[in-house]
Design a protein around this ligand. Structure first.
Ligand SMILES: Cc1cc2nc3c(=O)[nH]c(=O)nc-3n(C[C@H](O)[C@H](O)[C@H](O)COP(=O)(O)O)c2cc1C
Length: 221
């Protein structure tokens, strides 16, 4: 179940010295080619060496809402694949290679080390689901599981800016805009990816479309 990978993932900020193997690099390159899209934007994901971790993953993307949401959507699907590979990762808004809005650092975790950023971002603590859902929580266990997977999504400075609402079996997701830059657009894409891949485990057909007011509607059948 993808929720297990989602629960396992956390931001890794201390890495061991480790070079990715040829197989690991190839697995990632193949994965980049098969990524689903949200707005039919095919981003050119690249893996490059970096002096942190074993490298950084990024793609050029203009600072426009649609591309930033797409970036978060595809980038987080990569992050979860990296987690499945037994590697650590961390989104990083300070690493902007070749017109990318953020980088994804990856490598082998040097576990047990707490950094200042871990402390500043509340050690990855999450808000309660009740405070994020407008209206009553759904009774359908599948929808609750999808919402839980959304709740656990990473976000810039752990702001968790998202809000959810369930109407007639569809899930609506949006973010409260943050004041510092457009980070919340990437966060929105990230949370949409969690909704999408978790919903695919319960429903045979899942699609995401834009709704009024910068909201996204997840349709499941
Ligand atoms: C778009 C984005 C940018 C981020 N930038 C940074 C960063 O520059 N430095 C950092 O240490 N963590 C960064 N993070 C990681 C978040 O702080 C982290 O996801 C959040 O605190 C939740 O913790 P968790 O990932 O361990 O669950 C970023 C996360 C996102 C989604």
């Amino acid at each position: 179940m993808i929720i297990e990978t989602i629960r396992m993932r956390h931001s890794t900020r201390k890495f061991l010295s480790y070079d990715l193997s040829a197989e690991e690099k190839e697995r990632l390159m193949n994965f980049f080619r098969e990524l689903p899209t949200l707005h039919s934007l095919h981003l050119k994901w690249t893996l490059r060496d970096l002096n942190k971790g074993s490298g950084v993953i990024f793609a050029p993307c203009p600072e426009k809402p649609n591309c930033l949401v797409e970036y978060g959507f595809q980038g987080e699907i990569i992050v979860l694949e990296v987690t499945k590979m037994g590697l650590g990762s961390c989104w990083n808004a300070g690493i902007r290679e070749e017109g990318s809005p953020a980088g994804i650092i990856l490598g082998k975790e040097d576990s047990g080390k707490v950094t200042l950023n871990d402390v500043l971002t509340g050690m990855g603590r999450r808000k309660e689901l009740k405070s994020l859902v407008e209206g009553p929580l759904p009774k359908d266990e599948r929808l609750l599981q999808i919402l839980e997977s959304c709740r656990l999504a990473p976000s810039s400075m752990n702001m968790q800016p998202w809000r959810f609402n369930v109407q007639n079996g569809d899930l609506y997701i949006w973010t409260k805009g943050n004041v510092i830059g457009g980070g919340h657009w990437i966060d929105l894409g990230i949370v949409l990816s969690h909704a999408y891949i978790t919903a695919l485990e319960f429903f045979s057909k899942v699609s995401i479309e834009k709704a009024a007011g910068d909201k996204y509607r997840v349709i499941m059948s």
